[in-house]
Structures are given as C-alpha cells and as structure tokens.
Design a protein around this ligand. Structure first.
Ligand code: DGY
Length: 304
C-alpha cells in the first residue's frame, strides 16, 4: 500500500477511539477500519470530512454506521470472497470440536486428569450423516455446506432471506426452509452465516433456542450480536441444547463469565479469517478497492 499511497499506519495495533476517527476523517482521503473499530453515528459527528472512502478490512461491516457515512458522501467497501473458505473451515472446526468434545478432552488432559481409555469416557455426538441447518446462504454459508456435504455426508437445510437458486442448492443437495422457526427443530447442528447489524440482532434468542433439539449444537462464526448471549448461557447451563461453538461475541473482547464456565461450549477468539493466506488476500482486496476508487472507477466491493 505504501508503494501506491501516502500511508499512515496505526502501528500500535489497538483500535482508534471516536475522537481519533473524527480526526482521521478530517485529514485522510481514505480510512481503513477493521471489525474492532466501532464507527457509530458519533464517529461521523464532524462538519466537513475529507474522507471519501472507508475501505473496510473484513467482509462484515455492521460496526460501521453506513447511513451516516453515506450522508457524508463516503463510500464503504468490504473484502468478500477471499475469506469464505477459511471462515467455513473454522465453522467446521467449531462444529467438530463441540460435537466430539475436543475442547473438554484437551482441558482434561492438560489438567493431568485423564485416567485412560474406557468405553464410556467423554462420549460425543456423531457428525457424519447428521443434519446441518445453515442460516444465511451467502458465500460463507455455501462454503460451509460444501464441507459438510462432501466431507461428512451431512444433510443440508438452508434458511435465507431470499430464495436461493435451485442450482446453488443442488450443488450440496440442500433444501431451503422458508422460516427459521421451521428449520431449527429439524437440525442436529445449526451454523450461523448471516450478516450482523440491527436487522439480525438476537435472531437467535431464548424462544428460538427453545425450538432447537435438546441435543443439537449452535455454531456462530457470523457476528456476536446475532445470538442473545444471556439466553445462550441459560440454554447451555440448563442443557436445553447440546452445546455451542462460538468465534464471535456480543461485546468483544469481553466474554461473560457464564459462557467461560460452560463446559459444553467451545470458544475461539474471532479467528474465522485468521490465516496468513486470507489476511494477505484481504489486504490486497482493500488495495484493489482503493485503486478502483482513486482511478475513477466504481470500487468492486462497494456496500454503501
Ligand atoms: C470479517 O471479515 O468480517 C471478519 O469477521 C473479520 O475478519
């Protein structure tokens, strides 16, 4: 990026505050936030920003008040495609870990409490051939379906806000279910791949957790706000669901003690896109959007 632009880097690797962002908006033509930067309406409270483009490093952009950005004539872009495979890999990691009690097993062993092989030790749930419900059938949801179908022979059910093309469903022999409430009771595993933001806040709430089977598992690699964490903690502690695997949280990086203490839960620190290959590809996608914009073209990944 420094070869092409006059770049100022946030070398401290800690998120900027609201005042820092207002300052950046008054000084720079482009600003490149990440998911940890909370760009709420207050960040845009300045009279005449200089910034013309917010090129977000990441696919999700619910941390940016895009309506306020647009009011200031700022364009917003993201980095789709390049992180779909690694995020789906991580969703499958969580699914396998929670079903086969891999986190619990490792904790037991590291605590030197393993007593050796026995027929009833740490019995998990079979993944192969089970039914997976995918909520949100965009690029990441489809990559998850491919892994589950071709790798594990899982039956795929899909819930998506618009109708999915029959040929897209056919690739994984998937069936679309219109209502989320109808999908949940049919699944052994439910994996969330829908966008975050106000529209999907607490999409998975106490009532919907109650619709899941008592031995079913919930996987969230989408956005923390999609799941009501308090309701999830209750479902885990009272064992009204089998368990959960989370990579994202409502108040990152804060994790509630109720979740930390739940044994039937696997917790990862927002690692979905965290491979060297993907993080580098995301960076090049940001540059491509900036080059589009500053060369007078429509940025390829404009979201607002
Ligand atoms: C994204 O891209 O939205 C991830 O959550 C952060 O990499």
């Amino acid at each position: 990026m420094a070869e092409v632009f006059d770049v100022t880097l946030n070398k401290s690797d800690t998120p900027l505050g609201l005042a820092d962002f207002r300052d950046a908006f008054s000084q720079y033509d482009a600003v490149l936030p990440t998911v940890t930067d909370r760009l709420s309406a207050a960040a845009f409270d300045l009279a005449k920003p200089r910034t013309r483009i917010l090129a977000n490093y990441g696919v999700g952009f619910s941390h940016i008040d895009t309506a306020r950005a647009v009011q200031h004539d700022m364009i917003v872009t993201n980095t789709p495609d390049v992180l779909s495979e690694c995020t789906a890999d991580l969703a499958m990691t969580l699914l396998l870990m929670v079903a086969r009690r891999a986190g619990e097993g490792e904790r037991e062993l590291r605590a030197r409490q393993w007593l050796g092989w026995r027929p009833t030790h740490m019995i998990g749930t079979k993944v192969s051939g089970a039914t997976l419900g995918i909520v949100g059938f965009g690029r990441i949801g489809q990559a998850m379906a491919a892994r589950a179908h071709f790798g594990f022979g899982m039956k795929i059910l899909v819930q998506n806000r618009s109708a999915v093309a029959p040929e897209t469903l056919a690739r994984c022999n998937a069936t679309q279910v219109t209502a989320l409430d109808d999908l949940l009771p049919q699944c052994d595993f439910v994996s969330l791949h829908c966008p975050g933001g106000v529209a999907n806040r607490h999409l998975i709430n106490g009532r919907r957790l109650g619709l899941m089977r008592p031995d079913a598992f919930l996987i969230n690699t989408a956005r923390g706000e999609v799941v009501d964490e308090y309701a999830l903690a209750q479902a885990l502690w009272f064992k009204t669901i089998g368990g959960a695997g989370l990579d994202v949280y409502e108040r990152e990086p804060l994790i509630s003690p109720e979740l930390i203490g739940a044994d039937n839960l696997v917790l990862l620190p927002h690692l979905g896109s965290a491979t060297a290959e993907t993080r580098e590809a995301m960076g090049f996608r940001v540059i491509a959007n900036l080059e589009d914009f500053f060369n007078g073209h429509a940025p390829r990944d404009r979201v607002a």
